[in-house]
Design a protein around this ligand. Structure first.
Ligand SMILES: [Zn+2]
Length: 99
């Protein structure tokens, strides 16, 4: 069965949007777990986050997703995350401790 990356990265207006649901799970489980693993194992911050992301994408490539398609999908998601970070920064005002 072909893996439809477009379906995995496209928001839909329902309450069951795949993108939003997956992002919520990552925020609530994977990000804190990676930080805890790094602290517990004495690894540098973001080491398991980066290798975890690469490993998970590698598992998609092992299932037949071309690297270029995975990179294009990832790039679009990073664009979206970058925009969210900028918006959250704008809402929060200047970074604390620099005023
Ligand atoms: Zn969504």
């Amino acid at each position: 069965m072909a893996i439809d990356l477009d379906e995995l990265v496209t928001h839909d207006p329902s309450d069951h949007c795949v993108v939003c649901h997956a992002q919520d799970i990552v925020s609530l489980t994977l990000i804190p777990a990676a930080a805890a693993w790094e602290a517990t194992a004495g690894l540098p911050r973001f080491s398991t986050a980066l290798h975890g992301a690469a490993g998970l994408i590698g598992s998609m490539m092992a299932e037949g997703v071309p690297r270029a398609d995975a990179e294009a999908a990832l790039s679009g998601l990073l664009d979206e995350i970058e925009k969210q970070i900028a918006e959250e920064g704008a809402l929060a005002g200047p970074a604390q401790g620099t005023a």
